[in-house]
Ligand binder design. Structure first.
Ligand SMILES: [Zn+2]
Length: 351
């Protein structure tokens, strides 16, 4: 079993909609944390608070213009900056502190070879270099992109980085930030035809990084069978081909059955299976660092999915496959196969 250091700080409560009606609320982290406290994995966890924010780290992932916009809007106090996303007078400072936490946690994960987890609010993966990313209509609750900050720390350390985003929404902000970065392989599994409307299979990166952005949009109601298939036929072969030295996970739990925002209907098994793959990589020895950044999740997924993921990652829950993998619709398989073969020399999946 492995100990895991988790960044959790009550300061997240300073970012909240006073009406209590917004799904991105302090309840989310309270729920996720209390699930861990009731789990046997709690004995392996060390909680760490937020560091003082270092504003210079924001410039590594966001434009000056966007940083100043958030600083200005936040200073005005609670209000919406687009139809989905609010700020409070504390949002700038709290979100900047999570960027600092993610960047430092990445470096510490590398120095000490320890797995690290960041539990921020709000999530970050929809925030692109200049905020609104890839034509998305809103920031999707996000302010600054913490997973991107962790990936940046690894790139600055000379490492090849795999980013896996299994939040039910496409990580358009992260993809925007590393669109032209060939040293970041970004695999994004999300529900098709929902917010933010990006992440088509033929979005593959640009500027010499073509093929390093792999989008897997799944139809509503896909559930565990398709996650297992994607792990076997996309994620694992790509890991073998790319040989990442560091991994950053954008771990959203809104694909979990019953989430009010999405319809993917995954269960614990999907999260156990993903975490088990990560743990195998960790135990394999090639991987030098591993960071998980909590993204979305607005229902039971925060309790059950998150707990299953952390327990499996730490090795306190052993995963044995229960379900059967099932191919996604043929149009998705065909397009994915074309990209995997063209850019990675991988054979089309057979089953
Ligand atoms: Zn989401």
């Amino acid at each position: 079993m492995s100990s895991i250091r988790i960044v959790y700080d009550e300061a997240h409560k300073l970012h909240s909609d006073p009406s209590g009606r917004h799904p991105e609320s302090p309840w989310r982290l309270e729920t996720a944390l209390s699930a861990l406290k009731e789990s046997p994995v709690w004995g392996l966890i060390e909680i760490q608070g937020l560091p003082e924010p270092e504003d210079r780290l924001l410039n590594l992932i966001h434009s000056d213009h966007y940083i100043e916009l958030i600083r200005r809007e936040s200073a005005k106090g609670f209000h919406y900056i687009d139809s989905d996303t609010y700020v409070t007078e504390h949002t700038f400072k709290v979100s900047a502190a999570y960027v600092t936490a993610a960047y430092k946690a990445a470096l510490e994960s590398l120095e000490r070879r320890e797995m690290r987890v960041i539990m921020p609010r709000p999530g970050g993966h929809h925030a692109g270099r200049s905020g609104w990313a890839m034509g998305a209509p809103t920031l999707g609750f996000c302010i600054f992109n913490y997973a991107a900050a962790a990936a940046r720390a690894f790139l600055d350390s000379g490492l090849k980085v795999l980013m896996i985003d299994f939040d039910a929404h496409h990580g358009n902000g992260t993809q925007d930030i590393f669109w032209e970065e060939p040293r970041v392989l970004h695999i994004d599994i999300h529900e098709e035809d929902i917010y933010p409307g990006t992440g088509n299979i033929d979005d593959i990166g640009g500027g010499g990084a073509e093929g390093t952005k792999v989008n897997v949009p799944l139809p509503a109601f896909s559930g565990d069978p398709q996650y297992l298939w994607i792990l076997d036929n996309v994620v694992n072969p790509l890991i073998e081909a790319f040989k990442p030295e560091a991994i950053v996970v954008s771990a959203g739990f809104d694909a979990y059955e019953g989430d009010p925002l999405t319809m993917l209907r995954a269960s614990e098994e999907s999260y156990e299976a993903i975490a088990s793959t990560l743990r195998e990589q960790w135990n394999g020895g090639r991987l030098k660092a591993l960071i998980t950044n909590l993204e979305g999740g607005y229902g039971e997924g925060l309790r059950k999915g998150f707990k299953a993921y952390i327990e499996t990652l730490a090795g306190s829950r052993l995963y044995a496959r229960r379900g059967e993998p099932k191919r996604p619709p043929e149009r998705i398989v065909r397009e994915l196969s074309r990209i995997l073969s063209k850019y990675w020399g991988l054979e089309a999946p057979r089953d």
